[in-house]
Unconditional design. Structure first.
Ligand code: CMP
Length: 233
């Protein structure tokens, strides 16, 4: 792991924000605090690459993580964007060979907690509730992946982009209270939608002319959700 910095002493309250640990009593929380390590990554830092051996699970305190896979000719498919309170890196621990199934990159400056495989497995055995939370998260991911498969297989470019923007609206909330704001570049949106960057820019410009989105400061504001829903598959 190419880590940018390690800190010690985990505050149990920081752990409580994670769905995995929400219901833990103080004794179990202290057990997690003792094995959790905090790390910081700079924007664009690759945390691990697909195919590497995975030996730890990662929980996001702050920042956005891009999960992607790439083809041998260098094309990249973003599978998911993960946010604070999400976790990742559990699949390699459960699969034979322990290979990372995808690459994880910090899209923004990021703070995370890592827990080593042996400690994590012990937690799963010792602390009731955590396995159920993991199953719920995996079910949610499968649902999102099925949605991506449907859109990639059946949607035209118009509906692929509309569907993606609607999905992302729940991933990024606008703290200022205005229309949902998606802080991604055209290239990042293209990777997520499975479209070329050029098609994505052309469609975004069309959407803007139709009043469905507003493009400003490298962000996409969703100004007409009803029309966007009609465009989506
Ligand atoms: P792991 O295979 O250890 O490393 C890559 C991680 O990305 C994987 O564990 C999961 O935690 C996460 N991941 C892989 N595929 C998806 C997906 N489709 N959606 C969300 N997260 C994923």
């Amino acid at each position: 792991m190419h880590e940018a910095g390690i800190m010690t002493t985990m505050d149990p309250q920081t752990l409580k924000q994670f769905i995995l640990f929400q219901e833990l009593d103080p004794v179990h929380l202290a057990q997690v605090a003792a094995i959790a390590r905090e790390r910081k990554f700079a924007k664009k830092h690759t945390i691990f690459m697909e195919g590497e051996k995975g030996t730890y699970v990662v929980l996001i305190i702050s920042g956005i993580i891009k999960i992607s896979r790439s083809s041998s000719d260098g094309r990249v498919k973003t599978l998911a964007l993960l946010r604070p309170k999400d976790f990742f890196g559990e699949m390699a621990l459960f699969l034979p060979g322990h290979e990372r199934s995808a690459t994880a990159e910090a899209l923004t400056e990021t703070r995370v907690i890592t827990i080593d495989q042996v400690d994590f497995e012990k937690l799963l055995k010792d602390v009731p509730g955590i396995p159920l939370r993991i199953i719920q998260t995996l079910a949610h991911r499968l649902q999102a992946a099925n949605r991506q498969i449907k859109t990639l297989a059946l949607g035209d470019s118009h509906s692929k982009l509309a569907d993606l923007l609607l999905w992302l609206k729940d991933e990024f909330t606008n703290s200022a209270g205005g229309p949902p704001l998606i802080p991604l570049t055209h290239q990042e949106l293209a990777d997520l939608a499975g479209l070329s960057r050029e098609t994505t820019t052309r469609l975004l410009n069309t959407f803007e002319q139709e009043g469905v989105v507003k493009l400003k400061n490298r962000q996409v504001a969703l100004t007409n959700l009803e029309t966007l829903k009609k465009y989506a598959t």
